[in-house]
Ligand binder design. Structure first.
Ligand SMILES: [Zn+2]
Length: 74
């Protein structure tokens, strides 16, 4: 389950993870329309991420995204 503002996202290199996506606010990333520039915890790089659409994403993609949360990396 995702928390209130958690959204599954995909980075430019096709890494999938979950991040906090607050509408109309920028907490720790630069907003670029529907994409954001932020750190990817999977590839450990700075990249552009876009939200995954739960309607078009496959269940395995959503599962993969849910497995990694950028604020829960040890
Ligand atoms: Zn990445």
């Amino acid at each position: 389950m995702f928390e209130r503002f958690d959204r599954p996202v995909r980075c430019k290199d096709d890494h999938l993870f979950t991040t906090i996506w607050v509408p109309m606010a920028s907490l720790k990333a630069v907003r670029l329309g529907t994409s954001r520039f932020q750190h990817c915890p999977v590839g450990r790089h700075w990249t552009t991420v876009v939200p995954l659409d739960p309607k078009t994403a496959s269940p395995s993609e959503l599962q993969e995204a849910a497995a990694v949360h950028d604020s829960r990396i040890p």
